[in-house]
Design a protein around this ligand. Structure first.
Ligand code: FES
Ligand code: FES
Length: 216
């Protein structure tokens, strides 16, 4: 066997498949062509299975979403994210689209009390669950304690990240992740603030959690 060739089967390739220039590259090219043919059928059948699945769910479908205590019926394609459903279809523009990739937390809402990045959540998967957005936290004119604390402690500057920060902060307190400043920072680390209002956000969360004097 040519010292530069590679034979995964341990057998020499037939003469017509041997590299005519003696180079390793030529043989690998030929070998991958053969390998490609060998693995093609499973990939084709997988594609067919996916196509069959897609054909069942494509097009707009009716879904019922309970948002801020109100059941809303919408006709949306199954690919629509919860964030887009809230902003584009329900007019709830409090939840912000920052990165649209699950990295900034600006779109954070509560689903059954747990924070989720609504830009990464398909609306159709939240049927039957309680969705709470920033618009649902206040009771009429009375602000949620976390909203009031953000105001009191100047927990925002431009305000773009603030709805997501507040929703996340509400869950952070409910989860009990507020024993120290470091713990608050860790459990709020999925919410980015380009203005750097972090110290004031931590102060607001500590106040609501009743941990006003805790230090990390
Ligand atoms: S918009 Fe969802 S995480 Fe950034
Ligand atoms: S207040 Fe501006 S991004 Fe946080």
């Amino acid at each position: 066997m040519h010292p530069d060739s590679f034979d995964p089967t341990g057998n020499d390739p037939p003469p017509e498949q041997r590299p005519n220039d003696g180079s390793r590259r030529t043989f690998i090219k030929q070998a991958s062509g053969i390998l490609g043919l060998a693995v093609a059928p499973p990939f084709v059948s997988q594609a067919e299975r996916l196509a069959a699945y897609t054909s069942k769910v494509e097009g707009a479908t009716e879904m019922k979403l309970k948002v801020n205590g109100t059941l809303r019926t919408l006709r949306l394609e199954p690919r629509v994210t919860l964030l887009d459903a809230l902003r584009e279809n329900m007019g709830l523009t409090g939840s912000k689209k920052g990165c649209d990739q699950g990295q900034c937390g600006a779109c954070t809402v509560l689903v059954d009390g747990r924070r989720v990045n609504s830009c990464l959540t398909l609306a159709i998967t939240t049927q039957g669950k309680d969705i709470t957005t920033i618009e649902g936290l206040a009771k009429g004119e009375e602000l949620h304690p976390m909203q009031a604390a953000f105001l009191k402690h100047d927990g925002f500057q431009c305000g773009y990240c603030t709805p997501g920060q507040i929703c996340s902060a509400v869950a952070c307190v409910q989860e009990g992740h507020t024993k120290t400043d470091a713990e608050i920072r860790e459990w709020m680390s999925g919410n980015l603030c380009r203005c750097g209002a972090y110290p004031n956000i931590v102060a607001a969360i500590k106040e609501v959690a009743g941990k006003g004097g805790s230090k990390s």
